[in-house]
Design a protein around this ligand. Sequence first.
Ligand SMILES: O=c1ccn([C@H]2C[C@H](O)[C@@H](COP(=O)(O)OP(=O)(O)OP(=O)(O)O)O2)c(=O)[nH]1
Length: 161
Amino acid sequence: MNLQQLFTMQKELDDFIEQTQNIQQDVFQEKGLALLVELAELANETRCFKFWSTKGPSAREVILEEYVDSIHFILSLGLLKGYTSIEMWPFVEENKDLTATFLETQSVILAFIHQPTEERYLAIWQYYGLLAYNLGFTFEDVVGAYLEKNQENYHRQRSGY
Ligand SMILES: O=c1ccn([C@H]2C[C@H](O)[C@@H](COP(=O)(O)OP(=O)(O)OP(=O)(O)O)O2)c(=O)[nH]1
């Protein structure tokens, strides 16, 4: 499995959702906001910034599912803009503080929404590579969870979610 196969699966899912929900308009802004929301949900599950609480992070599987919701929207945004040539998973093996990484990731997503160049798109992938490394997720973990959530998204559409 490589990123090209994930783009192909994402295209099929996006097309299915568009048909099911009868979407005619450009949903770039909506998908951009969705990615920001997913990033925040991911941060929330890690609880990395909750200095006021002694409660630990959510279960690894919960964090991984939030992470792959973001991957869906990153792929989807790339498809919308025609930026689908990336093949290799962005392996970024650098230890970095999670809170700082979340804030910088939010910045690069906002920059891309504001001006969607391919360079800015690739920067989002780099930051998600960095997040995966610091969350302890391998590319295999990400692909496995992506496949599961991709199927779940079809079920949700079919059940009139
Ligand atoms: O065009 C689209 C729209 C959505 N999704 C996927 C991405 C993500 O995996 C899911 C939406 O996120 P989530 O499952 O959190 O949806 P929600 O409606 O926010 O769920 P909940 O009400 O359970 O939080 O749908 C796509 O792949 N393409």
